[in-house]
Ligand binder design. Structure first.
Ligand SMILES: Nc1ncnc2c1ncn2[C@@H]1O[C@H](COP(=O)(O)OP(=O)(O)OP(=O)(O)O)[C@@H](O)[C@H]1O
Ligand SMILES: Cc1ncc(C[n+]2csc(CCOP(=O)(O)O)c2C)c(N)n1
Ligand SMILES: [Mg+2]
Length: 323
């Protein structure tokens, strides 16, 4: 059974509250005074999401940020989180202290606080697993949903796409034949994702629908299409690439496919009527991030059609899946 089927058939029947949206979205919400309280949970496992010898502060930052990107994509300002830690029996005290220092730095950076959690020894022989549950509030607005993408709405992505996936590939296989500064930028993108968390308010104000990109641009856009019951055109020539990714693609053209299908960037993919795009982009830029239109939602089958300079492009499949 693949991951999506497992969630849809085994877990979704347990999620009976409307705020969980049938487990079809980045996060759940429940009424909490003015606006919604939005809640999300993502776990990271050694050897699956990070390397056991990655800096503990980076593992901590990633654990928190992958959750904060979900909240920002729902138009919610993060305010608190719960932390469940399963640690190997031989875990050093230094490791935990460096891990906590990473959390402390991100608490200051994002204005969140730890509410509680749980700590246990990992199964014998097992590596660390870090589970964060994060809470946000929409401050009077409504939760932004994937399902609300509408035909004709433009698709806009923040930041650049593929940096983290290429950073991971460089570590798993051979490094790309690129400058050390570019290689370092890809490695940093993998270790320290930088989602536009502060953009939560801009998403809430301008976006009809939004989600964070964890499993890859094409695969996650396809998820949004399925939630919305609509198709999408994605213009591959418009996808924003960093100088480091462009250098990797120049050295190895297959890096392009990996960049648009690979995950781990935690950028925000949003849709909005054409007339909102300029305001959205300007507001994201005012926060120190970037945003780039990459396509359009279309009526029809929930499929992503790839274009290159306005013409049909080859079909690229693939996204990160655990099973
Ligand atoms: N074991 C589970 N129990 C309950 N709900 C789950 C479980 N696993 C996933 N979900 C729910 O299924 C939906 C999809 O989860 P998924 O992890 O694919 O999305 P995501 O968190 O947005 O993406 P990613 O984990 O790649 O960042 C979410 O609503 C999530 O809360
Ligand atoms: C060591 C190592 N191997 C592979 C990957 C790639 N990866 C793992 S999970 C995931 C998607 C998001 O996770 P989830 O769907 O669980 O939220 C991606 C892109 C990685 N980050 N580290
Ligand atoms: Mg998840």
């Amino acid at each position: 059974m693949d991951e999506d089927t497992l969630i849809a058939t085994v877990f979704a029947p347990l999620a009976t509250d409307a705020g969980a949206d049938g487990l079809g979205d980045d996060a759940a919400s429940f009424a909490g005074g003015a606006g919604d309280i939005v809640v999300t949970c993502d776990a990271l496992a050694a050897g699956v999401h990070f390397f056991p010898d990655d800096p503990p502060a980076a593992i901590a930052a990633k654990s928190l940020r992958v959750n904060l990107s979900d909240l920002a994509a729902k138009g919610a300002e993060p305010f608190a989180y719960l932390l469940a830690l399963a640690l190997p029996a031989d875990c050093r005290g230094d490791w935990a202290r460096e891990f906590a220092a990473g959390l402390a730095a991100d608490q200051a950076r994002y204005g969140v606080t730890l509410l509680g959690g749980d700590t246990l020894r990992a199964s014998p022989g097992g590596g660390a697993t870090i589970t964060v549950t994060a809470f946000g509030r929409t401050g009077g607005g409504a939760t932004v949903r994937r399902r609300a993408a509408r035909p004709g709405h433009r698709i806009v992505v923040t930041g650049t796409v593929g940096d983290a996936a290429l950073g991971l590939q460089a570590r798993l296989a051979a490094p790309y034949a690129i400058d050390a500064s570019h290689a370092e930028a890809l490695d940093r993108a993998y270790l320290w994702p930088d989602p536009p968390v502060a953009a939560w308010r801009v998403v809430r104000e301008f976006a009809s629908a939004a989600m964070d990109v964890s499993d890859g641009l094409i695969g996650d856009l396809a998820k949004m299409c399925r939630a919305a019951g609509a198709g999408a055109e994605l213009d591959l020539s418009a996808v924003p690439l960093s100088a480091a990714v462009r250098a990797a693609v120049a050295a190895d053209p297959s890096a392009f496919d990996r960049a648009v299908t690979g995950g781990d960037d935690y950028q925000i993919l949003a849709t909005m009527p054409d007339g909102q795009v300029a305001g959205y982009v300007a507001a994201i830029e005012a926060l120190g991030f970037t945003a780039t239109p990459v396509g359009t939602i279309r009526s029809g089958e929930p499929r992503v059609t790839l274009l290159r300079d306005g013409h049909a492009a080859e079909v690229l499949d693939g996204r990160f899946q655990h099973f």
